[in-house]
Design a protein around this ligand. Structure first.
Ligand SMILES: [Zn+2]
Length: 484
């Protein structure tokens, strides 16, 4: 049976005994690939899962790991400090509006080299402050601005970040980034990345410029404007850094563990692309979902299995009580550990990406109490890792659903441009290996994506990996390599 026929047979639901039959078909696929001289595609991705499990056990036991295995944040080039926020309240006290500012050493990114933070107390829906730089700096590559919100930013608020080489004429000569609060900004730390090669096409961030500003010019001022925050809210600026880089990664995450994932797994595996599965533990082995046997096979091939609740309630946990939420967090974590999926049982994917409660429950606090070290929600931007994960319990991710293949490739382009990690998630595969042809419109149901596009995406990631511009990682890679 050809690979394409195999894929379509599984997708079409021709396999009655999903568990046993699919696994035997998979053996057939392997022999076909070996016969074609593609033995490397049937071998596990180059991940030493035993080593990863060992490191995790050591970390849990509080062991000090040898230098070769300590976290490195995928860092390939260190950042330079543009503003360590020392004496920030004095430095930023220019052209100020709608706020009071003060120095605050209680929440500081000391690990980045920051000395202080600028605390901004909001007194109007329009907030503005700016500073000059005594020594103008030519910025190139990625610029990281760290912003801390004490509470969830008001829905609809925006943050604007400006740089100018002509401080006296800031109003007309500038670069400006525009960050919509509901999709970029979260309670806690936010590492906002700007990039001097951004042309506005690789991220959702809007960039504009005025007065013929050029990155060849040395910048001598920075201005920050917040619109739409509520009076009484506070936020902090924790430093500005530039020129650093991390390795670009993609973390492919498949949510809910629908039965069609078995085909997608085989496609990704034979391209040598590891990925992760967020599993609804109460659905495993039920109609339309992968079996425990399949998940075990997937795990053995180096993919991570992470808990994604027991029941996946509609609306997530937004309206659930603390008791209901904790039970699902705890039980889905224990299910993973009980079934041998230990590598990443302490990373949670929030159902519906909903980690903000509408009934006053501290969902993130409950997840921490249940022993989770990372949890994933959904914001549009990539995960910057070079200076550590900014907000470990609110990892960003992007939904493949509703996007064309070209749009998903843009996410990978952005990860490469910013040298960051893109986390995307997908659900079901529909269609066959060839129909509809890859590259068309996405299915109307955002839980679905066409198999032909998954195949093309796996090939694209494999090509980028071969070229050395992007590596596919899993959640446990992230947890092992990055400071959280
Ligand atoms: Zn889900």
């Amino acid at each position: 049976m050809s690979i394409r026929l195999l894929a379509s047979a599984i997708i079409a639901g021709a396999v009655v005994d999903v568990d046993g039959a699919v696994l035997s078909l998979d053996a057939e696929l392997e022999s076909v690939l070996v016969g074609q001289g593609r033995a490397e595609w049937v071998n596990s991705p180059a991940i030493d899962t035993d080593e990863r499990s060992r490191l995790k056990a050591l970390t849990r036991a509080g062991a000090v790991l040898p230098p070769s295995t300590t976290v490195d944040n995928y860092l390939t080039k260190a950042f330079s400090i543009l503003d360590d926020m020392s004496a920030a309240a004095t430095a930023w006290n220019n052209n100020k509006s709608g706020c009071t500012i003060s120095d605050d050493t209680t929440i500081v990114r000391a690990e980045n080299g920051a000395e202080n933070a600028l605390k901004v107390a909001v007194s109007s829906t329009y907030v503005r402050f700016q500073r000059t730089f005594a020594s103008p700096v030519v910025l190139s590559g990625t610029v990281n601005l760290w912003v801390y919100f004490d509470s969830n930013p008001t829905a609809g608020m925006t943050l604007e970040v400006y740089f100018s080489s002509d401080y006296a004429n800031f109003a007309t000569k500038y670069f400006k980034w525009y960050f919509p609060g509901d999709t970029y900004l979260r309670k806690g730390w936010n590492c906002l990345s700007l990039n001097t090669t951004e042309d506005g096409t690789t991220t959702g961030a809007t960039i504009t410029s005025g007065g013929g500003e050029s990155w060849a010019n040395a910048m001598n001022g920075c201005k920050i404007i917040a619109n739409g925050l509520a009076t009484g809210q506070t936020f902090r600026i924790g430093g500005i850094f530039y020129g650093g880089e991390a390795r670009a990664n993609v973390l492919c995450s498949f949510d809910d563990a629908y039965s069609s994932l078995w085909t997608v797994f085989n496609v990704f595996r034979r391209h040598g692309v590891p990925a992760s599965v967020a599993v609804i533990t109460g659905k495993v082995g039920t109609s339309g979902y992968l079996s425990l046997h399949q998940l075990t096979e997937i795990y053995k091939w180096g993919w991570d299995i992470i808990p994604h609740s027991v029941t996946h309630p509609a609306g997530g946990f937004a309206a659930k009580t603390a008791e209901e939420t904790y039970a699902e967090l705890n039980q889905s974590k224990q299910w993973c550990e009980r079934n041998g999926f230990d590598r990443t049982s302490d990373i949670f994917a929030w159902p519906q990406n909903a980690y903000a409660s509408s009934v006053g429950v501290d969902l993130i606090g409950l997840a921490k109490a249940a022993g989770f070290r990372l949890s994933r929600g959904s914001t549009r931007r990539d995960l910057p890792t070079a200076q550590g994960i900014d907000n470990p319990m609110r990892l960003p991710s992007a939904d493949v659903g509703g996007k064309t293949l070209a749009q998903v490739k843009k996410l990978l382009d952005a990860a490469e441009r910013y040298k960051q990690t893109n986390i995307f998630y997908a659900h079901k595969a529909v269609g066959t290996a060839t129909s509809p042809a890859s590259g068309g419109a996405a299915p109307a149901d955002t839980l679905e994506w066409y198999l032909a596009d998954f195949i093309a995406l796996a090939a694209d990631i494999a090509a980028r990996s071969t070229a050395g511009t992007l590596k596919a990682i899993t959640y446990s890679d992230l947890l092992t390599r990055c400071r959280v």
